[in-house]
Each structure stands twice: as structure tokens, then as C-alpha cells.
Design a protein around this ligand. Structure first.
Ligand SMILES: Cc1cc2nc3c(=O)[nH]c(=O)nc-3n(C[C@H](O)[C@H](O)[C@H](O)COP(=O)(O)OP(=O)(O)OC[C@H]3O[C@@H](n4cnc5c(N)ncnc54)[C@H](O)[C@@H]3O)c2cc1C
Length: 322
């Protein structure tokens, strides 16, 4: 049962989520005594590719072509499905992010393979293939049995972790046809966010809600984020009001984050917001209302005014770091 893992890169570089994916695929390969292959499309840097061997990637197929500069779901799915046949993969793994979800669903339809999205653990058995996945935006899990010969999985971020396991990496020249005419996507413009720390990658997130009262008070969020090296985030009404940019909005209709530490400041804890943060390792809530529902989701809580608590916290952390 060979495993194929799709390795997304960003301007030639991999992120922690890619190393987690490789660690996970390598663990399944060990569990089922099979081989793990990775596929990278486009101009990933050679030294970055070599880094993947640290996490247990034994075989890599790197297809370089300028056509892969733009993510086109049809073209990418076609190339990945040819690679599945080439390496005789029975289990194909993607990250549970926008790219992974778009490609995994198309690939499963093309291969007529069962799709399990948002898996959170290693398979419980090989035959039948049984695995656990997230349900109801992380509020529950389900055990799923796959009835097809091949299966396609997307792995929830931070569900498995990153484990070092150095192996020698074998570069494979695969006979894959690039059907460039399938590419229907034209890239017109790229707008880059200038955030110091990317929200979806951040280990610590400091997030604010309507309790901040207005954009003029956001400096208390930014100062705490700065001292912690954290990303900033917000609730939906905050971005709807234009207090913060939309790419900071977290929740059911925004970004899903899974940091080690999430500060919810002046946030009531509506279910639609908690859906986007429930995979955080620790949640610290600061709210002046002791009955606010956020305290049910939080690991630690401070009942108080954000405009007093946050500057004090920032000051203490600065003193501690001296
Ligand atoms: C279909 C749908 C999808 C949605 N998707 C999302 C989503 O993706 N993300 C999202 O966030 N929301 C989403 N919402 C909105 C969601 O239901 C809530 O309305 C929203 O999360 C509330 O935002 P908030 O906590 O900032 O504001 P509020 O609910 O107004 O809460 C403000 C909190 O601040 C506290 N507070 C006030 N002053 C202070 C102070 N000085 N110090 C400390 N605390 C203070 C209050 O006690 C209160 O708990 C969605 C709603 C719907 C219907």
C-alpha cells in the first residue's frame, strides 16, 4: 500500500504544515510496511526538498514547469492522478487547507476513491481501512470506513505533529504528461499581505472582538502580539465594520487556526467564532462579563477590561523577557 503525499510550497519554500504531512505519511508507511512518495509541482528550492528527508520522505517526484506557477485544480489533479498510477499509490494525502481540499475532492472523483477530509489520527486498520476524522467543526470525531481500493485523505492541521526521522531521499524521474491545455486559470494580480506573522502559521495568536470598541484601541492587541511574536486576528463583526482587514477574520466563515496559544480579547465566544479556534492547544479569554460563553471554551480566563488587562499583561511579559 504505497502512500503519496502532495507537498505544497509557497514561493519555493515549505512550511511547518508540510513537514507535519510528511511525518504523518511516513508514520502510515511504517505502520503498513509500505513506501512513502512525495510529489512537488513547480519551482520548489532544492535545499528545501532535501529538508523533507529529515521527516521520513524516502522518494520524491519533483516536476518543474512554469505552468505550475499558478494553481489550476484541473491541471494539478491530472498530474497527481498520473503520479498515483505511476507509483501505484493506494493512499493519497493532502493538507486540510484550501489547496488540499480543492485537489483531494477532484482527485477522489477522478480515481473513484473514497475521500476522508479532516483526518485527525493514524488509520486504525488497513483492511478495512478505518480512520478518524473531525466533525461539526471539531466538536466531535467520527470513525470512517473506506470501501474503495484507494483512499484520499486531508490531514487537519496540528492533528499529528512534526517528527524528525532522517532517511535518504531518492529522486525519481516519473514519466508524467503535462496536459497544459487543461490549465484554465490566468493569474492577473497577486496581492501580498504584509502581516509580520502569517495567521495560519502562527504559534501564538492575539485576537480581538467588539469588546475593543473601535479600531483606535487596537494598539493594545498589536502591542501584546509584538512582544509575543504573535499574529493578530479578529471576529467577523470586527472585520465587517472595517476595524480590521478581512484576512484576519477567524471562524466558521473565516480562517481556521490551530496555534499553541490563542488570546480571545473582548470576544463573546459565539459558536461561529469558536468553530475557527477549537483546535488551539490553549485558549486564554479576557472578557469583562464573567458569564461570557468564551470562558466555556477557554483553558484560562481573566475577568476584566481589555483596555486595562492587555497593557498590564504586555508590560509584565516585557519585564519577564528582560
Ligand atoms: C452564518 C454566520 C456565520 C458567522 N461566522 C462568524 C465567523 O466566522 N467568525 C466570527 O467571529 N463570527 C461569526 N459570526 C458572528 C457570530 O455569531 C458573533 O456575532 C460574533 O462572533 C461576535 O463577535 P464579538 O465576540 O466580537 O462581539 P460580541 O458578541 O458583541 O461580544 C463582545 C464581547 O466583548 C465583551 N466586552 C465588551 N467590552 C469589554 C471590555 N472593555 N473588556 C473586555 N471585554 C469586553 C462583552 O462582554 C462581549 O462578550 C457568524 C454569524 C453567522 C450568523
Amino acid at each position: 500500500m504505497n502512500i503519496l503525499v502532495y507537498l505544497e510550497h509557497w514561493d519555493g519554500k515549505f512550511k511547518k504544515s508540510t513537514f507535519e504531512l510528511v511525518s504523518y505519511a511516513a508514520a502510515i508507511a511504517k505502520q503498513f510496511q509500505s513506501n512513502v512518495y512525495g510529489i512537488v509541482l513547480g519551482n520548489a528550492e532544492t535545499n528545501e526538498i532535501e529538508q523533507l528527508s529529515k521527516y521520513g520522505l524516502e522518494n520524491i517526484i519533483h516536476i518543474q514547469n512554469d505552468v505550475f506557477k499558478v494553481l489550476d485544480n484541473q491541471l494539478f489533479t491530472d498530474v497527481i492522478s498520473q503520479t498515483v498510477e505511476f507509483v501505484n499509490a493506494k493512499c493519497i494525502i493532502f493538507a486540510h487547507n484550501n489547496t488540499g481540499k480543492a485537489l483531494a475532492s477532484r482527485l477522489s472523483a477522478k480515481l473513484k476513491a473514497g475521500l476522508v477530509s479532516g483526518v485527525v489520527a493514524l488509520p486504525e486498520s488497513k483492511s478495512p481501512f478505518i480512520i478518524r476524522k473531525k466533525l461539526f467543526t471539531g466538536k466531535a470525531t467520527a470513525q470512517v470506513k473506506v470501501n474503495t481500493e484507494k483512499c484520499v485523505l486531508t490531514l487537519s492541521q496540528n492533528a499529528y505533529g512534526v517528527y524528525e526521522n532522517s532517511v535518504a531521499i531518492n529522486k525519481i524521474n516519473a514519466d508524467i504528461k503535462i496536459n497544459a491545455e487543461l490549465c484554465k486559470t490566468n493569474l492577473k494580480e497577486v496581492q501580498k499581505f504584509t502581516a509580520k506573522v502569517l495567521l495560519t502559521d502562527a504559534e501564538i495568536v492575539v485576537s480581538g472582538g467588539r469588546g475593543l470598541k473601535g479600531p483606535e484601541n487596537w494598539h493594545v492587541i498589536e502591542e501584546l502580539a509584538d512582544v509575543l511574536g504573535a499574529a493578530t486576528a479578529c471576529t467577523r463583526p470586527v472585520s465587517d465594520e472595517g476595524w480590521r482587514p478581512h484576512h484576519e477574520h477567524v471562524g466558521q466563515t473565516g480562517k481556521i487556526v490551530a496555534p499553541m496559544l490563542y488570546f480571545a480579547c473582548g470576544i463573546s465566544g459565539a459558536i461561529q467564532h469558536v468553530a475557527g479556534i477549537s483546535s488551539s492547544k490553549y485558549i486564554i479569554a479576557i472578557n469583562k462579563d464573567a458569564e461570557a460563553p468564551i470562558f466555556e471554551a477557554a483553558d484560562y480566563g481573566i475577568v476584566g477590561d481589555v483596555m486595562q488587562v492587555l497593557p498590564e499583561l504586555t508590560k509584565k511579559i516585557k519585564e519577564f523577557k528582560k
